[in-house]
Design a protein around this ligand. Structure first.
Ligand code: HEC
Ligand code: HEC
Ligand code: HEC
Ligand code: HEC
Ligand code: HEC
Length: 564
């Protein structure tokens, strides 16, 4: 308590020293930060810019950092958000490489690709440029060029004034609101710009005076429909000649359908285990004063920590490692990576249902339970999870192994990692080392061939990603259907997959069986396909980062059992 009072006293004194009305020219971008003219400085954006619609995260940090929960833990909002994937969505070198690759592979569609790819990854730049009627491009003088008028907007990623200005226009949670079709209003009088939050009676003057926004209650703020606007993503697709062949928003390719997966699960708002996206991705804590000023602010309950972690430790690590080159300014990646590992550890459990040995054969029945609120893995189609299954004899020598990870990130025995045209089928029974259970989605093009090109994705050849609890595959809409042989596997069902390993063992003495579920954000085959475009500097740069990285996968959970 003593610490809390000292903290608010200092803040209130600081508040008195702040001019009540900011006299900067709101409506145009503020001057670039005064930094030494080094190569690095050219890439460093100003997080304290202001414009007709937006205000950089640095302006919000003034009051929404330095926050503590009742146990004294730091719950600073900008600090937590800054080292997340959303905070770095436009600095992400994989995103940049993929945009460059899609532009090369679909040269006739540059306008569509530039607009589409910035809508969620550099959303403030996309909205502002559209409003101004300015060109929307990523490279060669585009948003990622420090001279571009929207550079600061772009580099701030999925930022505070983007999420908190998304209005409930009646389309959130519907096809018309998905795929980045969020609505942000334009106001002649800047101070009328709403900042929506979950509280009904916010103290209004401090924000009006300092940042020219009006904090307001918005029932939609805490809803999964807010996240759905970017986390349900359908994309138009082209045929081999490069012509767009999807005709309606309905018929577009369901590239990422996290919200629909969740909606069809026990975690849906009307489901038995109702839990929103924020419920799992923004852990709640009670008793927090949500701004460090004015000094007499009452603590509030239901404070959502801005953690926003999923499974992507690899990219968080690359952003931190190559921070100067990528213009990364946030610290705190180690904390965000640790939080990511905690979330991954809560994502699944493994059970050995039976393990027995008879006439030279070991038979083990395993069940994998998905504990997350959507498919596992979910979202971007380069993600995969797989089972590493090892049998050791009494002396500790390996007598059978399926799913060994190699140092380059490939998985021994997985077809997709050996050949660009192949993929590993879904398995119900594994009898050989070159059969591996890989939970993943594999895209098919308009000719039914495997493709890793986003704009060629027309269907899924395989989607055996683990289903969330309550997900009925028989009634699932086609956008989230199970694809490939998992559809007919009666042991692949809402919440779990059960499979068997039957392998020859000649060793006498007790055996030890270990099964581990691992997660990889960028499947090896997906990366190799991208690297065929390494003539592009963005792709070459990402390839260098990828090949230097030693963080190849994350363990989710494991189980060990002895067999006499
Ligand atoms: C991806 C969207 C998103 C982004 C980006 C985001 N927020 Fe939030 N914010 C939310 C949601 C959702 C809630 C409500 C959480 C709840 O009800 O549990 C929230 C709540 C808040 C609150 C109320 C206190 C609390 O944490 O519950 C404040 C203040 C706030 N955000 C400020 C910020 C600031 C400042 C930034 C930028 C550094 C930011 N937000 C970035 C979605 C976002
Ligand atoms: C509707 C919003 C939206 C649009 C439009 C969009 N993305 Fe994304 N993108 C996302 C989200 C959300 C994720 C994160 C999903 C996850 O973590 O699995 C993501 C992740 C990615 C990733 C993986 C990043 C990483 O670090 O692993 C790449 C690459 C990517 N997008 C490329 C693109 C390209 C190229 C385009 C344009 C063709 C595009 N995106 C358009 C929302 C969008
Ligand atoms: C001068 C300090 C100050 C600055 C700067 C500031 N805020 Fe606030 N903010 C507050 C105060 C005070 C409240 C109300 C707290 C209360 O009533 O408990 C608030 C409330 C909020 C809420 C909750 C609204 C609700 O009804 O639930 C959000 C969201 C928010 N701010 C976001 C932002 C964003 C985004 C920025 C940057 C553009 C920002 N704030 C800048 C002081 C500030
Ligand atoms: C304006 C679009 C937008 C909105 C709205 C949005 N997101 Fe995101 N989100 C993204 C993008 C883009 C990425 C991926 C960035 C990347 O990987 O480069 C992402 C990534 C994520 C990740 C993956 C992080 C990781 O480490 O793998 C999580 C979790 C997430 N968002 C949660 C949420 C939640 C919860 C909400 C709603 C409160 C939300 N998002 C709203 C665009 C958005
Ligand atoms: C019951 C808890 C729970 C709920 C509810 C939930 N998630 Fe998740 N989410 C997780 C876990 C655990 C992971 C890590 C495993 C994974 O990556 O799939 C995760 C991962 C993610 C990722 C990163 C995916 C990746 O691997 O690249 C995104 C994006 C995401 N969630 C978005 C959402 C959105 C949007 C919603 C609401 C529609 C939501 N989540 C609801 C638990 C939950």
């Amino acid at each position: 308590m003593g610490h809390f009072m000292r903290h608010t006293l200092i803040s209130s004194l600081f508040f008195l020293g702040v001019p009540v009305v900011m006299l900067t020219c709101v409506g145009s971008q503020s001057a670039e930060a005064q930094t030494a003219p080094t190569e690095v400085a050219a890439l460093t954006a100003d997080p304290s810019f202001t414009s007709i619609h937006f205000s950089g995260s640095g302006n919000c940090a003034t009051c929404h950092n330095g926050l503590k929960d009742p146990s004294g833990n730091d719950v600073s909002i900008e600090k937590d958000w800054a080292s997340t994937m959303m905070g770095n969505a436009a600095k992400d070198p994989f995103w940049r490489a993929k945009v460059a690759s899609e532009l090369r592979r679909n040269p006739g569609l540059a306008t569509v690709v530039n607009d589409k790819c910035t809508r969620c990854h550099a959303p403030m730049a996309n909205v502002a440029a559209k409003h101004d009627g300015a060109p929307i491009t990523v490279f060669n003088g585009g948003f990622l060029d420090a001279q571009n008028a929207y550079f600061n907007h772009a580099m701030d990623g999925v930022s505070c004034t983007l999420c908190h200005q998304i209005a409930d226009n009646g389309k959130l949670g519907t096809l018309e609101g998905f795929s980045g079709k969020y609505f942000i209003g334009t106001y002649a009088n800047l101070v009328e710009r709403p900042i929506y939050g979950q509280y009904t009676n916010p103290r209004v003057p401090p924000m009006q005076n300092q940042v020219q926004y009006t904090p307001k209650y918005g029932a939609h703020t805490a809803s999964s429909e807010l996240c759905a606007t970017c986390h349900n993503l359908k994309t138009p697709f082209v045929d081999a000649a490069g012509n767009i062949v999807s005709t309606t928003p309905e018929s577009e390719f369901p590239e990422q359908m996290v919200y629909s997966e969740w909606e069809h699960s026990a975690f849906a708002a009307s489901g038995p285990d109702a839990q929103s996206c924020a419920g799992c991705h923004m852990p709640e804590v009670d008793g927090v004063a949500i701004s460090n000023r004015p000094w007499n602010l009452s603590p509030r309950n239901g404070f959502g920590k801005h953690y926003f972690v999923g499974g992507n430790t690899m990219m968080l690590d690359l952003l931190d490692t190559h921070r100067a080159e990528l213009g990364v300014t946030a610290t705190g990646f180690a904390t965000t990576i640790a939080r990511t590992r905690e979330v991954l550890a809560s994502a699944a459990s493994l059970e050995v249902l039976s393990a027995s040995r008879a006439s030279g054969q070991l038979t083990v029945q395993l069940r994998v339970n998905n504990l997350s609120g959507h498919k596992l893995p979910t979202s971007y189609p380069s993600r995969r999870a797989w089972l590493h299954f090892v049998v050791k004899d009494a002396a500790g020598s390996v007598v059978f192994e399926s799913g060994r990870l190699n140092a380059d990130g490939s998985i021994a025995g997985v077809d997709a990692d050996a050949s660009p045209a192949l993929y590993e089928p879904h398995h119900e029974l594994i009898t050989q080392a070159d059969q591996v259970q890989v939970y993943e989605s594999i895209m098919g093009d308009t000719d039914g061939h495997l493709t890793y090109t986003l704009l060629r994705g027309a269907t899924y050849l395989k989607d055996n990603r683990l289903l969330p609890r309550g997900f009925d595959k028989a009634t699932a809409p086609s956008d989230i259907r199970v694809a490939g042989s998992a559809g007919a596997d009666v042991n692949f069902t809402g919440g779990s997959d059960t499979l068997a390993y039957r392998v020859p063992v000649s060793a006498s003495g007790a055996l030890t069986v270990t099964a581990e579920l691992l997660y990889q954000p960028i499947a090896y085959g997906y990366a190799q396909d991208l690297f065929t475009d390494a003539a592009d500097p963005e792709v070459a740069r990402f390839r260098g980062y990828f090949e230097q990285s030693t963080l190849r996968a994350e363990p989710i959970t494991s189980v060990t059992t002895g067999v006499p």
